[in-house]
Design a protein around this ligand. Structure first.
Ligand SMILES: [Zn+2]
Length: 512
């Protein structure tokens, strides 16, 4: 009997240590499935490896690099390695949007957007990776480069390099918005009223792992075999929840989100078809759980209405709370919500991580109305401008919904305009505006869904003696640094200062 137990314990370890080099001989990540006993076991395992979106109530799917896989093997759980399918797709062409561009075509396309529409579109080179590939983002606005009283909105896709539906949908969305400006009333209104940012490819090294000519060999992780969606500061687990240094891609995004105060965002992935709203890291519900369900259901319903049956209906009819599904630590969604006061959710756009190019037009038809609806939500809720009652200077003030806010769900007004945007499900709320050195102000507001409540607020300085306070500028800068949270998560300033090096402005606060 003892012999038998020893055999059971030793053999798997022996087998696996024999095979592990072989498993990782071609690429630095492995994809596999395993059965799990309960949610708590899965949450424990998710600290070790990267649980994949395809995970369901019976079977978990996961990725691991060599180090992670070695830790997983110590758990002695049976697993099945899933061999990577060799994709044999016929690529279409750009005019039909049934194709994946080469890396160079992608760069050319992003450049052409800003070259062709210079009044409303600007390409930003956020950073160049060691591979030489770039993280690119376009900004679309009627006064591109000029900060206005508008929400800043972000779409970003494919931080998992092999989840590529959103890559093409993002490119097509840019093209659609730019060409629709001045021709289509809704698109024109979006561009006139929102500061729109779209980054189609957050992990170019993963997407073009097999070379710049195609994405058929795309991988999930980056060039260092790190899962970028486990690499962010985490509300519960703090900095470096995955034990890795912040990757180049992560640092670039940390810098971007320190520079632009995004109010709403979505992070596009693939593998299933569902909206995943916060939190991922813990079971707490957000203060705005009902609002999240409302905008997520709006997204899913519109997808279903604009597609054949069976699309975007995973889990609860296309909507899930992140933690309810499976725990993620170090995800970007939670980082954006908790540390950047930005409402970001995760869009899982397609069951096939790399859809057949011929399916891309249908995915576009199903999703673009939802993508526009979600963007439009950034205009609604409670908004306004906070200023100093004496000088009329715009202020960075805390906007807190009393008896409601929790887990960092409050927001701040931002410079240089002083505008704030607080998204709320319809109802009556009591809101406090505060800033050190000023008397707080409490107001009651009514908010309706799909409507805007505007409340401009003047805060009175505590020490007002009838002359303008010469320290105002100094105070602003001190507080802006506090708000972006660097004391909590110190990091490499180099990236931050390199991001918009061609633009002669204070990069930490706002980009012109
Ligand atoms: Zn993903």
């Amino acid at each position: 009997m003892i012999k038998k137990i020893l055999f059971l314990i030793l053999i798997p370890i022996f087998c696996c240590s024999q095979n592990i080099d072989e498993i990782f001989s071609n690429r630095g990540e492995v994809y596999f499935s395993f059965e799990y006993e309960n949610k708590s076991q899965l949450n424990h395992i998710s600290d070790i490896i990267s649980i994949d979106h395809k995970t369901n109530s019976e079977l978990a799917f996961a990725y691991a690099n060599k180090k992670e896989f070695e830790k997983f093997l110590k758990l002695n759980i049976n697993y099945n390695i899933i061999e990577k399918k060799v994709l044999n797709f016929k690529n279409g062409n750009k005019s039909s949007w049934n194709y994946y561009p080469t890396y160079q075509q992608y760069v050319n396309m992003m450049t052409a957007f800003s070259d062709s529409f210079p009044d409303i579109c600007k390409l930003h080179h956020l950073g160049t990776l060691n591979s030489g590939r770039e993280i690119l983002i376009v900004q679309i606005s009627n006064n591109v480069g000029k900060k206005e009283n508008e929400p800043s909105f972000l779409y970003t896709s494919s931080m998992h390099g092999d989840e590529l539906a959103g890559y093409i949908l993002s490119l097509r969305l840019i093209d659609y918005i730019l060409n629709g400006y001045g021709n289509n009333a809704r698109l024109t209104s979006l561009v006139n009223n929102i500061d729109i940012w779209i980054n189609p490819l957050a992990n170019p090294d993963g997407a073009y792992y097999g070379g710049n000519q195609n994405v058929w060999s795309a991988v999930r992780y980056n060039a260092n075999w790190v899962d970028l969606n486990r690499n962010y500061p985490d509300p519960e687990d703090g900095p470096h929840p995955d034990g890795n240094p912040y990757q180049e891609e992560t640092n670039i995004f940390l810098g971007l989100t320190d520079s632009i105060n995004f109010n709403m965002a979505a992070n596009m992935h693939g593998g299933v078809e569902v909206c995943n709203y916060p939190w991922d890291t813990w079971s707490n519900l957000t203060a705005d759980h009902v609002w999240w369900q409302y905008v997520s259901t709006e997204y899913a319903d519109s997808c279903q209405a604009n597609s054949g049956s069976g699309y975007f209906d995973y889990l609860n009819d296309g909507v899930t709370n992140g933690w309810d599904w499976y725990e993620v630590d170090g995800g970007r969604q939670d980082y954006m919500n908790y540390f950047k006061y930005c409402r970001e959710f995760t869009l899982e756009l397609s069951n096939d991580k790399i859809p057949d190019p011929n399916d891309l037009p249908d995915l576009w038809d199903a999703n673009y109305p939802s993508l526009l609806n979600y963007m439009e939500q950034s205009l609604f809720g409670l908004r306004g401008i906070v200023t100093d009652s004496i000088t009329s200077n715009p202020l960075i003030a805390k906007v807190e919904v009393n008896w409601h806010d929790t887990d960092s769900s409050h927001v701040y007004s931002n410079l240089p305009i002083g505008n704030y945007h607080r998204y709320l499900y319809q109802g009556n709320y009591e809101v406090t505006f505060s800033k050190s050195g000023y008397h707080s102000k409490k107001i009651n507001v009514s908010v309706l869904n799909n409507a805007t409540t505007i409340e401009d607020i003047q805060l009175v300085p505590l020490n007002y003696v009838g002359v303008e306070n010469k320290n105002t500028t100094q105070q602003k800068s001190i507080h802006s640094v506090d708000i972006i949270g660097r004391e909590i998560h110190p990091r490499n300033n180099k990236i931050l200062f390199n991001i918009f090096e061609n633009e002669k402005i204070d990069k930490r606060i706002i980009i012109e």
